[in-house]
Design a protein around this ligand. Structure first.
Ligand SMILES: C[S@@+](CC[C@H](N)C(=O)[O-])C[C@H]1O[C@@H](n2cnc3c(N)ncnc32)[C@H](O)[C@@H]1O
Length: 244
């Protein structure tokens, strides 16, 4: 007799974490309408241009939606969020009060087969990774590129994620956002002066293959700037409509 499948890992409650939590919310309160404004506009523009043929949305790591435009969610019949931070869950519910939002306690990024539970969602579902894939690694190590390619190839998904972060201020003439091809070094040169750049590489560059992608500066807090990438994966034709 085959061994019963092990239950999916559950999200551990996290009040404080490297990827979010209390300090993040305090920074958001302070910077949301100041230094974060151009980045929030870039996210709103990316989402406005993303029109997945889907009635259901899975949101991974939305926090309280500090960088998400609340009016964008109206097009979906249901929105399901995977978020371990209880403050974020409470705040997101308030922010999206008109949206049919509910929370799912599974940890879809963990376990031996990360993302596998997302791949089982019903066909008319889109998946949005909300600046989480640059902050959480796959359990087995390595980067998310092969996991996304192998597990979510046929799904409609999009992600914005940290590519690098640095204490070095961007060049004075840096754009807030642009679309760029080329390698990481050439993309960085559009935002920072040449020479030695001390940075953290979040290993997410070109998360959906080698074609050009969108980039924006996120001036997270004084002395810390992130370069964030946006990619949208079209998925395969999923018109069979099977429920999942
Ligand atoms: C940088 S924050 C996201 C910011 C958010 N997009 C916003 O608009 O403010 C990353 C989020 O990922 C969440 N997170 C961390 N591990 C996670 C996991 N395994 N599954 C889902 N979310 C996770 C954190 O709790 C945090 O809220």
């Amino acid at each position: 007799m085959p061994a019963p499948a092990s239950p999916p890992p559950r999200l551990a409650t996290r009040w404080i974490s490297d990827a979010g939590g209390l300090r993040y919310h305090l920074t958001a309160l302070r910077e949301r309408d100041r230094a974060w404004r151009p980045f929030r506009q870039a996210v709103a523009d990316w989402l406005a241009a993303w029109q997945p043929a889907a009635r259901h949305l899975l949101l991974v790591g939305p926090s309280a939606g500090h960088t998400l435009p609340a009016d964008w969610f109206a097009r979906f019949d249901t929105v399901t969020a995977f978020e371990p931070d209880p403050i974020a869950r409470w705040w997101l519910s308030r922010r999206l009060s008109g949206v049919p939002l509910h929370f799912d306690g599974r940890d879809v990024l963990a376990g031996p087969l990360p993302l596998a539970d997302l791949a089982k969602a019903r066909d008319d579902t889109a998946i949005l990774f909300c600046n989480v894939l640059g902050q959480v690694r796959p359990a087995g190590g390595g980067s998310w590129h092969p996991v996304l390619r192998d597990v979510l190839a046929g799904r409609r998904w999009a992600s914005y994620h940290d590519v690098v972060s640095t204490a070095q201020p961007p060049r004075p003439d840096a754009p807030e956002a642009l679309q760029a091809g080329g390698d990481l070094e050439s993309v960085l040169a559009r935002f920072w002066r040449g020479g030695e750049l001390a940075l953290v590489d979040h290993e997410t560059f070109r998360l959906d293959g080698q074609r050009a992608a969108d980039y924006a500066l996120w001036r997270l807090r004084p002395g810390q700037t992130h370069l964030v990438e946006w990619v949208a994966h079209p998925g395969a034709d999923q018109s069979t409509g099977a429920a999942g």
